[in-house]
Design a protein around this ligand. Structure first.
Ligand SMILES: *Cc1c(COP(=O)(O)O)cnc(C)c1O
Length: 490
């Protein structure tokens, strides 16, 4: 029954499998995958339209087997990659000094900017043993991952009531060990752009690097600005900004595995590069984390950008922002619901002062909508892309119905509330070690069965009630381990 026994029974088949049978099995396997094509998923997939998919797919397949590890072997990939980086740099207000590299995604771009900052500090400020990076609590967890990998320290600062970075708090957090400040354009949780001009000015004044995380916003903000929406300064036109990350596989509508990390100049980027001349296999050099790099991703990203052009992206941004305006107004018209702050792009969070929004999310899931749950405060996350242009009416109708359902008390909802209250009560009276023991048992219950259940409010409620975030982390790591074990076949 458990994943552990199943993993021992799954082996490489002794003989090969008939192509038809194996593709049938693959189609069967995806039967319960989220149905993003219907516009009912709000993250994970960015849909630029059927024509864009076709262009990406065809370009991808053309260069399916090629490898960008050695750019001299495939001048084609070198052309696509360098042009793609140059196109991105000029879109983001970069001059001819701005350089960059393609990476496999936002996470790798952020890993690169953190590594570059660390190496820059080693050269410029060798007295620092534990380099510190100051960033608001809303900045992406990939920064924590980078700090974890590269032995750096993050100093998280609070945000203001509008969820934008509190620059005074950032200034107060600077120590002699600080090497970089970070702002997001926009932040993922609430879709608001931090006061980048103030953060960058502060960095400049103190001789620090300044990274702008535009992973989600970089390929839509330039067009949102052109459409006439008020857009705060955030790109290379802002003095003091030294690096920007932007994901092409989000609003660039490229195939997944495509992001760009840009630097103000070559001297800074130099700290990112790696080369060794001592290996018996020959001289080896590479600019980013990966060794072998898939040609398909590079070809698809170049093809989609060239296919769409400014006009194509502008058309898509207009449709996306129209859908956002409609959904935002509709949400705010439902008594009890609100949108957090004033989102700068089509990323926003639905919250409530009176309703349990996790219950609303459960009701929406029953109706086929997959909203991500957020915390501090509890909210439901939406990333609207071009594939969502026709959903606002249906979405708002179901959201109203979900709110109505949550307002009607049922025995199940009462039980859920009791369960969460019980955990909170136990957490108050039980010794810490007992809570850890209980949490470990609970992880089995929460991770049981394939995938996550539609009704998840009790789980989020219990997680919120846990007094010890360390327990929660162990529980989550248990889940991560579980996902790599094949499920039993029966
Ligand atoms: C998506 C995102 C990232 C991480 O990107 P991945 O492609 O998922 O690795 C980083 N920062 C922000 C603001 C994002 O939205």
């Amino acid at each position: 029954m458990t994943g552990k026994t199943a993993s021992r029974t799954v082996r490489l088949p002794r003989q090969g499998t008939d192509k038809r049978r194996l593709f049938r099995e693959m189609d069967k396997a995806r039967a319960h995958d989220v149905r993003w094509r219907e516009g009912r998923v709000f993250s994970l997939v960015f849909d630029g339209g059927e024509d864009v998919h076709e262009v990406a797919r065809e370009a991808y397949m053309k260069f399916f087997a090629e490898n960008a590890l050695n750019p001299t072997a495939f001048p084609s990939l070198r052309k696509f990659e360098s042009e793609m980086v140059a196109m991105t740099a000029s879109l983001l207000g970069g001059d001819e000094q701005v350089v960059g590299n393609m990476t496999s995604g936002g996470t790798e771009s952020l890993l690169m900017t953190m590594l570059t900052a660390r190496e820059w500090a080693r050269a410029q400020r060798p007295e620092i043993t534990l380099p510190e990076v100051v960033l608001p609590v809303t900045a992406h967890p990939a920064f924590d991952k980078a700090a974890h990998y590269f032995g750096m320290k993050l100093v998280r600062t609070p945000v203001r009531d509008d969820f934008r970075a509190d620059v005074d708090a950032m200034a107060r957090a600077i120590t002699p060990n600080t090497i970089m400040l970070v702002g997001s354009a926009p932040s993922y949780p609430q879709g608001v752009v931090d006061p980048i001009d103030a953060i960058a000015a502060l960095a400049r004044e103190r001789g620090l690097l300044c990274h702008v995380d535009a992973c989600v916003g970089g390929m839509i903000l330039p067009f949102v600005e052109r459409l006439g929406y008020p857009t705060p300064a955030w790109d290379f036109r802002t003095p003091g900004v030294t690096a920007i990350s932007v994901d092409l596989h989000k609003y660039g509508y490229a195939a997944k595995g495509a992001s760009v990390i840009l630097y103000r100049n070559k001297a800074l980027r130099r700290h990112q590069l790696f080369a060794t001349t001592d290996w018996s296999g020959g001289i080896y050099a590479s600019p980013t984390m990966a060794g072998t790099r898939p040609g398909g991703v590079i070809a698809a990203a170049w093809a989609v950008m060239t296919y769409l052009g400014e006009e194509g992206y502008l058309t898509r941004a207009r449709a996306v922002m129209a859908a956002r305006d409609k959904i935002r107004a509709g949400v705010e018209a439902i008594p009890g619901l609100k949108i957090l702050s004033d989102p700068d792009i089509s990323v926003m969070a639905i919250a409530s002062d009176e309703l349990d929004v996790y219950l609303v999310a459960d009701e929406m899931a029953v109706r086929g909508w997959h909203l991500d749950r957020q915390q501090f405060p509890p909210s439901l996350h939406m990333t609207l892309h071009y594939g969502h242009r026709d959903i606002p009416d249906a979405f708002l109708r179901d959201l109203q119905a979900s709110v109505d359902a949550v307002r009607r008390p049922t025995p199940r909802r009462l039980m859920q509330r009791l369960l969460v209250a019980l955990v909170a009560f136990l957490a108050g009276i039980l010794p810490k070690s007992w809570m850890s023991w209980l949490t470990a048992r609970a992880s089995r219950f929460l991770g049981g069965g394939g995938g996550l259940p539609e009704r998840r409010a009790p789980m989020y409620g219990i997680m919120g009630a846990l007094p010890n975030r360390g327990d929660l982390k162990e529980l989550v790591l248990d889940l991560v381990e579980g996902f790599t074990e094949p499920e039993s076949q029966d």
